[in-house]
Design a binder for this molecule. Structure first.
Ligand code: AMP
Ligand code: MG
Length: 489
């Protein structure tokens, strides 16, 4: 082991590798020709206990490329299943591997995963590789989500591989180093329920409780508590997505984590103009994963989680079904109360009044009718710049505005306090599609990473409402083509 490898600060454990055998396959590396670091997240390296300067060296880059393992690494690909667009399939890490779990100086545990690292036993027909544009896109959007305060996997580094990957054309290959609380998914439980024995399922559930929900360890029915806790986290997460107009795009059960982090930035994108039917993904022809459907799909996915847990919930399966149904039917109400709380904050409301739901819905209705920009409308309301809403002077909006003002007076908090609350609930900048595309084009086509660095900088402080953000708040030029995103590219 070289000096640099030691100084990088890797402190890996492999608890996942201590799960029963069916849950993973150990992997031999598929080395790449000439890896080069194109971006490193220095501010993330530090809390992980990694030394950013050392991570730029050749040895560390070899780790990010899957060419060399740091001490303590047990490279493995995880097995999982999933409902993809409603259809159950056996899956697994087909183009990713877990090099280990970094134990941080704070005592936290984070998966370090290489995405695009080559074929595994779960690759099916795929090449196991990833291309530069989509890996940089995941880097930008996941970091933007983190800055928005939304639980998410993070991005530590992207390396190019020096190899071409064949898609519709030949594209530069790349590997993303992804950092996650874990990669345990609803689909991991589905896999256990489908393939493994009840002992395997129990081992996974116990492992998950220990890793993510230690407080329920001694609960009377700890597996029911696990279901309840995951429902709570997902209700919260999806509410947070809705609050900023984030559309995940491929909410298959294999892309829903048990930790409650957002994962898998494939075809995701942020909505500009408010419309619940917004879909960006080219393969989502039915709009299954449209903005307005996300909460329902969340509930549907959680029902699949509950089904997988049935053997653990009660010895009597009829009783188990009753217990699961009760929890699942509570999801929509829980989501709704989270959503109302989130929307109240966006409108500067501290207390609860019965009319709030109507007030919120009628604003959204007017926004939809006038094709108002989601982010900029709330920002304009935050600053009282009504002319920026695009709805100013329209009768319905002006009436709504009077109702809102009257509602604000029904609370004890001052107008200033309402403004402060709105500042924390309404970001100035989101990763707008045209800005993300512009950054990717400069990086991928010209090797110019300055556009991306600047974008990342602005996105790292989304609630600042500062002058240098103005350009990033603008809408794209009207185009005839709708924005489209693609999966697995
Ligand atoms: P995703 O759409 O990224 O959630 O991936 C769905 C499934 O397809 C997962 O099991 C991936 O590992 C697998 N997959 C995606 N792209 C590739 C690829 N290029 N090679 C092998 N497997 C892949
Ligand atoms: Mg996935």
């Amino acid at each position: 082991m070289s000096k640099d490898m030691k100084e990088a600060g890797w402190n890996l454990d492999n608890s996942y590798g201590r799960l029963p055998k069916p849950f993973y396959s150990t992997i031999n590396f598929n080395p790449v020709r000439s890896p080069e670091l194109v971006i490193l997240n220095a501010s993330l390296a530090k809390p992980l206990g990694l030394d950013a300067e050392t991570l730029k060296g050749e040895d560390a880059v070899a780790v990010f490329a899957g060419n060399a393992a740091p001490e303590g690494s047990l490279p493995l690909a995880q097995a999982y299943a999933g409902h993809q667009f409603g259809h159950f399939t056996m899956l697994g890490d087909g183009r990713a591997l877990l090099i280990g779990e970094q134990m941080t100086p704070e005592g936290d545990r984070f998966d370090i995963q290489l995405k695009g690292s080559g074929r595994t036993p779960y690759s099916r027909g795929g090449d196991g590789r990833a291309t530069l544009g989509p890996m940089l896109r995941e880097y930008i959007i996941s970091e933007a989500m983190h800055a928005l305060g939304i639980p998410t996997t993070r991005s530590l580094a992207v390396v190019t591989t020096g190899e071409l990957v064949i898609r519709e054309t030949e594209l530069p290959g790349a590997i993303l180093t992804r950092v996650a609380a874990s990669h345990i998914r609803v689909g991991t439980f589905q896999y256990a329920a489908q393939l493994g024995t009840v002992e395997d399922l129990r081992a996974l559930a116990d492992y998950t409780i220990e890793r993510h929900y230690p407080t329920i360890n001694d609960a009377p029915n700890r597996y029911l508590s696990l279901l309840q806790e995951v429902i709570k986290r997902q209700a919260k997460l999806i509410t947070q997505w809705q609050m900023v107009g984030f559309i995940h795009g491929v909410m298959n059960t294999d892309n829903m984590t048990i930790s409650g982090e957002t994962i898998d930035y494939g075809p995701c994108a942020f909505m500009d103009i408010y419309d619940p039917e917004t879909v960006f993904s080219s393969i989502d022809r039915q709009g299954r994963y449209a903005y307005g459907n996300q909460p329902y799909i969340g509930g549907w996915n959680l029902a699949r989680f509950a089904e997988a847990l049935l053997p653990l919930l009660h010895d009597d399966q009829e009783e188990a079904v009753k217990l699961a149904q009760k929890e699942i039917s509570g999801f929509s109400e829980l989501y709704k109360s989270n959503w109302l709380a989130g929307m109240r904050a966006k409108l500067g409301l501290f207390n609860e009044e019965i009319e709030d739901e109507d007030l919120i819905e009628s604003l959204l209705g007017i926004m939809k009718e006038y094709r108002a920009d989601f982010t900029n409308t709330f920002r304009a309301l935050t600053f009282g710049k009504l002319e920026d809403t695009g709805m100013f002077g329209k009768k319905e909006f002006d009436q709504w505005y009077q109702l809102w003002q009257a509602r604000l007076k029904k609370q004890e908090e001052s107008k200033d306090a309402a403004h402060e609350l709105m500042l924390t609930a309404n970001p100035a900048v989101i990763p707008r599609n045209h800005r993300v595309e512009e950054a990717l084009e400069a990086a991928v086509e010209k090797g110019d990473y300055s556009v991306m660095e600047k974008l990342l900088n602005v996105l790292s402080r989304p609630y600042e409402h500062s002058a240098d953000q103005t350009d990033y708040c603008k809408l794209p030029a009207p185009t005839t083509l709708p924005y489209r995103t693609f999966c697995g590219t």
